[in-house]
Structures are given as structure tokens and as C-alpha cells.
Design a protein around this ligand. Structure first.
Ligand SMILES: C[S@@+](CC[C@H](N)C(=O)[O-])C[C@H]1O[C@@H](n2cnc3c(N)ncnc32)[C@H](O)[C@@H]1O
Length: 250
């Protein structure tokens, strides 16, 4: 009896798992950070088609993305429902930040589906990878992108979700071309942007977009509006499909 007690105490002291009490550790989620360091990235644009481009939200501001009031202010649950994500789909959370939406998308696509989570800030991806591991979600692929290349496979993405991201692209034309390449046949680009037409939305104008501006920028890039969901408190929810590029508006 004494020997058993001694062995038990020894096992506890050494941190060894006891029979029936072993707790599975969260599996680390690997980040694909194999960016081509030799690729030349042109200087960041400050304006695009008459719009001033917003600065990238710094990773130190990440707590704002998971603030307690976000559900009330943005009605994230309704937004996710309106997306109509299906089990087994391949989705990309472009500009995923610390993964507030990535984790929820991973649950929606389920174990047969996949979520690519792309960001240009490795620190954001590290937070996301930790959160994904803690949530024990194995269907998330964090990818470090660059300002001109999200480094996604061609023709695979059923839904490319950009929540509060498009207006930050410093090279919109290059990003839109790559996004188009990565979409599956019938794949859609979904933009969630704070409404620029609505002065009641308490967000700086630089971080808002009007529907007209979205159309003016996206149509020449070969995207056309497929569906508009107008029932979010602060944001546009716009679904775009690949179309023949329309000429830029004067
Ligand atoms: C305002 S945050 C939104 C984060 C997340 N979508 C959310 O709603 O919780 C914008 C994110 O977009 C990322 N971003 C900006 N330009 C990007 C680009 N060209 N490719 C990928 N991510 C980008 C930023 O690093 C930042 O994490």
C-alpha cells in the first residue's frame, strides 16, 4: 500500500499522467509562413479610385476585435447566418486578425470542410493559432500573406470572406486579382464593410465604404454584385461573383 502511495506521489511530482486522468494537450496549429522574401512589393498606395486607403489595423489593437459589445454592435450571429456557409465547404477568412470569425467558420464548415485564415501580420496569426488549438479545431490553415499575395491555392475557395478588411488593402488591384484566381467555380467574394452612406454608424469615414464605391472598384476587377444583405446594424454585407470585367467608371 505504501509503495503504491509512494509511486502515486512520485508520478504527481513528476507531472506524469495517471491512469484514467490523462488530459489531451491541444495540438499546435501550424502557420504557413513560407513567404517568398525575394518578391518585390511595390510601395503601398495611399488612394484608390478616389478613396483614401485606411492604414492596417495594428495587432496591438486585436482585443477590439473580440470586444464584448461586438455582437450587439455588429450582430455577428446574424451576419454568420446570412452567409449561408455549408458543411464541407472551403472558406477563406481573408484578413482574419486574431480569428474571431475564423473559429466560427471552422465550426460551420465542420470536419469535412476547411478554413484558410490569411493575414499579413504574423502576430495576428499567432493569436489565431493559439485560439484554434485551444478550441481543438483541426480544420483551420493559417497562412501568412503579403500585401499583394494571399498565397492561396488556385480555384479552391467557395467563399472568400473579408470582414472590415477590403478598405485596408494597400494594393487592391493585386489582391483582387489573386482573390479571383483562388475562387472555385461559382465561388463568391463577400465584403462586410461599415456603411459609408450612414452618418449614424460611429466609425471613422476612412474605415467605411459606400455601396457605390464598392461597385466602382470591384466591377473593373471582374466582380459583379450577386446579393446584398441590408439587415446588419452598422455594415453592408455584399456578395460578389466573378464576371467579365466592366470598364472603370469615369
Ligand atoms: C480590422 S482587422 C479585421 C479582422 C477580422 N476580419 C475581424 O473582423 O475580426 C483587418 C485585418 O486585415 C488584415 N489585412 C490588411 N491588409 C491585408 C492583406 N492585404 N491581406 C491579408 N490581410 C490583410 C490586417 O492585418 C488586420 O488583421
Amino acid at each position: 500500500m505504501r509503495t503504491i502511495l509512494f509511486l502515486l506521489l512520485l508520478a504527481i511530482a513528476l507531472g506524469l499522467p495517471l491512469a484514467g486522468t490523462a488530459v489531451a494537450q491541444p495540438q499546435a496549429v501550424a502557420i504557413d509562413a513560407a513567404v517568398d522574401q525575394t518578391a518585390v512589393i511595390p510601395p503601398a498606395q495611399t488612394h484608390y479610385m478616389g478613396r483614401e486607403i485606411a492604414q492596417t489595423m495594428h495587432f496591438t489593437g486585436a482585443p477590439w476585435l473580440v470586444r464584448e459589445s461586438r455582437q450587439r454592435e455588429e450582430d455577428c450571429r446574424t451576419m454568420l447566418r446570412a452567409l449561408g456557409v455549408k458543411p464541407g465547404q472551403t472558406v477563406c477568412d481573408m484578413g482574419c486578425g486574431n480569428g474571431f470569425y475564423t473559429l466560427q467558420l471552422a465550426r460551420l464548415v465542420g470536419p469535412r470542410g476547411l478554413v484558410y485564415a490569411v493575414d499579413i501580420q504574423p502576430e495576428m496569426l499567432q493569436m489565431l493559432a493559439r485560439n484554434a488549438a485551444e478550441a481543438r479545431l483541426a480544420n483551420i490553415r493559417p497562412v501568412l500573406g503579403t500585401a499583394i499575395d494571399p498565397r492561396l491555392p488556385a480555384g479552391e475557395i467557395d467563399m472568400m470572406l473579408c470582414v472590415d478588411v477590403y478598405h485596408e488593402f494597400s494594393h487592391p488591384e493585386a489582391m483582387l486579382a489573386k482573390i479571383k484566381e483562388s475562387l472555385a467555380p461559382d465561388g463568391q467574394l463577400v465584403l462586410v464593410e461599415f456603411r459609408g452612406e450612414d452618418p449614424a454608424v460611429p466609425i471613422k469615414p476612412l474605415h467605411k465604404m459606400t455601396k457605390a464605391q464598392v461597385r466602382a472598384e470591384l466591377e473593373p476587377a471582374g466582380f459583379g454584385m450577386v446579393r446584398e444583405f441590408d439587415r446588419l446594424p452598422w455594415q453592408h454585407l455584399l456578395f460578389l461573383g466573378v464576371r467579365e470585367a466592366a470598364p472603370a467608371r469615369p
